[in-house]
Ligand binder design. Structure first.
Ligand code: PDD
Length: 279
């Protein structure tokens, strides 16, 4: 694949970053994942504005303007194969002369972007609907609202999930649900869609926002508020959302069926709307 690195377009194996890049040394960097359907980026505007916020919160100057970002993404899509793609964008604070925690303010951020094709199966949520999950204590840091590449907590948790043979970990803190290891979590309870309210513990998912938009538009009751572990285990339906997973039903939680163990009617309805409006 052809990747973008600091103003250059290169084959992936020719793209090299310094060992003193702070992204490498400290995880001092932020990222975005954007999906492309039929060669069009989905919700690019929202992803770029979240990227801009992550940079602001981190004190990394945004290296590109909105038009430059758009142009970069368009070129990346053009130069890579696949009608459907998953794009990864990373901005690190840049390279320093030696390793020091404190950073000078005059360094140039490193910008990297890569695309990979995704199968059409993973672009229609209805073809790949259900999955399993386990509950895990949220061991991550308290700025989950920043989409940072400092992901050791998520990586360690995901390993536990993988070894359990399940698909995702639902994380909780002080008895309440935060999010998944790489997704936002929703439940259906008493006919309404419920998801944990935004806080410094969770990411403002672009897909999460999309679900709110769809629900509001079609008058489906939806609210964001604290969701306890107890409420989760008694829910009629549990879902996860992310750009790449779209909307998936979690039908098994800690080896027990969620609701009656089948995909629920609310999921069916929202997945239908998702598919219809995502283009
Ligand atoms: N993950 N929460 C976390 C911790 C995430 O990593 C993600 C996305 C989400 C969902 O966000 P969105 O709907 O904007 O994709 C929530 C990406 C896809 C990843 O890490 O690959």
């Amino acid at each position: 694949s052809i990747v973008y690195l600091d103003g250059q377009w290169l084959p992936a194996d020719k793209a090299k970053v310094s060992v003193f890049d702070r992204g490498f040394l400290f995880g001092d960097s932020v990222y975005e994942v954007v999906v492309v359907y039929n060669r069009q980026p989905f919700r690019l505007e929202q992803h770029l504005s979240r990227l801009s916020r992550s940079l602001e919160e981190t004190g990394i100057p945004n290296p590109l303007g909105l038009h430059e970002w758009r142009f970069l993404i368009e070129r990346l899509i053009d130069q890579n194969e696949g009608d459907h793609q998953s794009i990864y964008i990373q901005v690190t604070r840049g390279v320093t002369e030696s390793r020091t925690h404190n950073y000078p303010t005059n360094i140039t951020p490193t910008v990297f972007a890569v695309s990979k094709p995704i199968s059409s199966k993973s672009t229609d949520t209805r073809l790949n609907p259900s999955c399993s999950a386990i509950l895990l204590e949220d061991i991550r840091w308290s700025r989950g609202d920043i989409k940072s590449t400092s992901l050791l907590g998520s990586v360690l948790l995901k390993k536990v999930v993988y070894e359990s043979g399940k698909d995702e970990g639902i994380l909780h803190r002080d008895g309440f649900i935060t999010e998944g290891t790489a997704s936002n979590i929703f439940i259906v309870s008493q006919g309404a869609i419920v998801t944990p309210e935004l806080s410094e513990w969770i990411l403002t998912g672009i897909t999460r926002d999309f679900i709110f938009e769809l629900a509001n538009r079609y008058n489906v009751p939806i609210e964001s508020r604290p969701v306890s572990v107890v409420e989760l285990t008694q829910a009629d339906e549990v879902w996860l959302t992310s750009s790449t997973a779209e909307l998936r039903a979690i039908t098994e939680l800690d080896d027990k069926p969620v609701g009656n163990g089948n995909i629920g009617p609310m999921w069916q309805r929202m997945a239908e709307l998702y598919q219809r409006h995502k283009a």
